[in-house]
Design a protein around this ligand. Structure first.
Ligand code: DAH
Length: 339
């Protein structure tokens, strides 16, 4: 019996040593220690052993089992450790490798220009306000002295939602909304998106942006308007910039003017940029029409004011020397990154 147990132990240990995977160890365990295993078979054959020898044989079986179990356990621990180490080695992260480059966005030239315009006017004590993009005909036209038969109301220019509601064609309706609130004096700019049924080309888009300006107070005169816009032009395009006020017509201002600035590219000599004239048109303006003041609940005998409207894209195109407006709407990061 002893020989048989020794043989089992020897075989089992040899197989444990030869095992090169956890599954093989498990096979050895089943083969020798399992329910139908060899050691169990020895125990089952105890009935053939003389009763007085049984305790001794039992002890020998237990010892054999203990040795095999211990060896199994030790080998399993060693194997698991090796597997862990191998896995760690494969998972090593090289922190010195260059990272993947993710491209970040960039501020849009429109936004850069808008922030610049806002900075200038906020510095002069103006408030920045907003109005709705979907606007009543009443504010977009009527209260701005643009009567029903005015050509600006033509369906070719205006996107109508219904007969009373439009996509605002200008930021000027914000003037009427602010005046109506009745808090005087007023010193505000209103930037925002406007819509016109225009074909897309290098200088037109069905949706673009304007910045409206409005000042209402006692004794506001045309020279206040001139001084303000001259200062604005100098801040925006440089201290050498000259301005020229050309008479013009807008229904909601009287008198009205368009403002040109001396070409900041050639200083007024004339170049490709200003089409040889030395001047570049940048905005429309005027003294708020007394009728507009009245319609918005302000007494024109007591208060006067001026207003102006600047095209934001126009400023961005000029300032950053971009020659096609469409580039502003494509948002190609390679283009945007340049500003
Ligand atoms: N709303 C005018 C336009 O879209 C621009 C404008 C001109 C606004 C004169 C004004 C102004 O406030 O006084 O062409």
């Amino acid at each position: 019996m002893k020989d048989r147990l020794d043989q089992i132990k020897k075989d089992a240990l040899a197989q444990i040593e030869a095992a090169d995977a956890l599954e093989k160890l498990n096979d050895v365990k089943v083969k020798y220690l399992g329910k139908k295993g060899e050691l169990t078979a020895v125990l089952k054959s105890m009935k053939d052993v003389a009763p007085e020898d049984r305790p001794k044989v039992g002890q020998m079986v237990n010892e054999t089992r203990a040795v095999i179990e211990e060896m199994l356990e030790a080998t399993k621990t060693k194997m698991e450790k090796a597997i862990r180490e191998e896995k760690l080695k494969q998972e090593v992260i090289d922190v010195t490798l260059p990272s993947k480059k993710s491209s970040v966005g960039h501020r849009h030239p429109n936004n850069i220009a808008l922030e610049e315009v806002e900075r200038i006017f906020v510095g002069m004590g103006y408030e920045v306000v907003e109005g709705p993009e979907v606007e009543y005909d009443l504010y977009n036209f009527e209260k701005l002295n643009i009567p029903a038969d005015h050509p600006a109301k033509d369906e070719q220019d205006t996107f109508y939602i219904n007969k009373d509601i439009v996509l605002r064609t200008q930021t000027s309706p914000v003037q009427a909304r602010v005046m109506e609130q009745g808090k005087l004096p007023i010193r505000m700019i209103a930037p925002g998106r406007v819509f016109r049924s225009d074909e897309v080309d290098a200088t037109h888009s069905p949706s673009f942006h304007q910045i409206e300006g409005l000042v209402i107070d006692k004794n506001v005169s045309f020279s206040d308007l001139k001084g303000t816009l001259e200062e604005f032009a100098k801040e925006l395009f440089g201290p050498e910039t000259k301005t020229k006020f050309r008479p013009h017509h807008f229904p909601f201002t009287e008198p009205s003017a368009e403002v040109d600035v001396s070409c900041f590219k050639c200083g007024g000599k004339g170049c490709r940029f200003c089409k040889g004239s030395g001047w570049i048109e940048i905005l429309g303006c005027g003294m708020v029409h007394p009728h507009v003041l009245e319609m918005c609940g302000i007494d024109p005998e007591e208060y006067t004011g001026f207003a102006f409207g600047v095209g934001l894209e126009r400023i961005a195109l000029l300032k950053y020397e971009i020659d096609d407006m469409r580039l502003l709407y494509e948002n190609d990061i390679r283009f945007l990154k340049q500003f």
